[in-house]
Design a protein around this ligand. Structure first.
Ligand SMILES: [Zn+2]
Length: 256
């Protein structure tokens, strides 16, 4: 029976992923998310219902627009599949209220992470609206699960610590290191990860960001002057910490 529920969770995840694709494209452009039907960005033809089936439409159309033949990005089915697999993987064995609420929490966080990740890649932007959704999901969870010490200090380090470092960096070097969206994201994650967790995240995400940045410069994919989105590094490390806590704790113990 549980396999059947998990299968439904996967299908639901595919559909949510399809919606996340819409969010990733339209939210930074401040476009309507629900009332506007999807159209091909090249020829502008409105898609039919059978062009909108997650993953399958992409395969059935062989990755091209059904009207003008323009290539459709691999990212669409990839995000749908990823969201489906996350729902499948997170779906609980026990179907009591608490397990389902915890599933809802972790799945919501994953969806916001996916949107943040790709919007920041595309636009160098961590939107306030997504940070607010993240806060709305995290706040009741930490109020319920943790002592106030844990999340108040974690949030203060995440927000205040990175704000201070950014300010000092600006005073000394005259450059803006982190964007406001990064600092807010660190603050909210600090509440969820706690004091040690957020210090570990800041340390590791800076390391990941530096490695990715230097590799891209080495491969001549970018230059030193071009701003590199930093959100994806924060989100990758936070994903590791939130969804693979045992491994994260082991690495944390090794480094600190
Ligand atoms: Zn087209």
């Amino acid at each position: 029976m549980n396999a059947l529920y998990q299968f439904y969770a996967f299908i639901m995840g595919l559909m949510v992923g399809s919606f996340l694709n819409v969010v990733i494209i339209r939210l930074p452009q401040k476009k309507d998310l629900v009332h506007q039907r999807s159209a091909c960005p090249q020829c502008g033809t409105q898609l039919r219902w059978y062009h909108n089936i997650p993953v399958f439409s992409f395969i059935f159309l062989r990755g091209k627009c059904g009207f003008c033949g323009t290539r459709i990005s691999w990212r669409y089915p990839l995000i749908e599949l990823l969201t489906g697999l996350v729902a499948f993987w997170l779906f609980p064995d026990q179907l009591d209220n608490l397990s389902l609420a915890i599933f809802g929490f972790y799945f919501t966080i994953a969806c916001i992470f996916i949107c943040h990740f790709f919007i920041d890649l595309d636009h160098q932007l961590l939107l306030d609206s997504l940070n607010l959704y993240l806060l709305a999901a995290v706040l009741p969870f930490v109020l319920f699960m943790y002592h106030w010490n844990f999340w108040v200090i974690g949030g203060t380090i995440g927000f205040g610590g990175t704000l201070l470092v950014t300010w000092l960096f600006y005073k000394i070097r005259g450059q803006i290191g982190l964007g406001g969206g990064d600092i807010k994201l660190y603050g909210i994650l600090g509440m969820l990860l706690g004091p040690m967790g957020i210090v570990f995240n800041i340390f590791l995400s800076c390391f990941v960001g530096a490695v990715v940045g230097l590799s891209l410069i080495g491969l001549k994919k970018t230059t030193k002057d071009k701003p590199l989105p930093f959100g994806p590094s924060i989100i990758l490390v936070a994903t590791f910490q939130i969804y693979f806590p045992e491994y994260a704790h082991r690495l944390q113990a090794l480094l600190f």
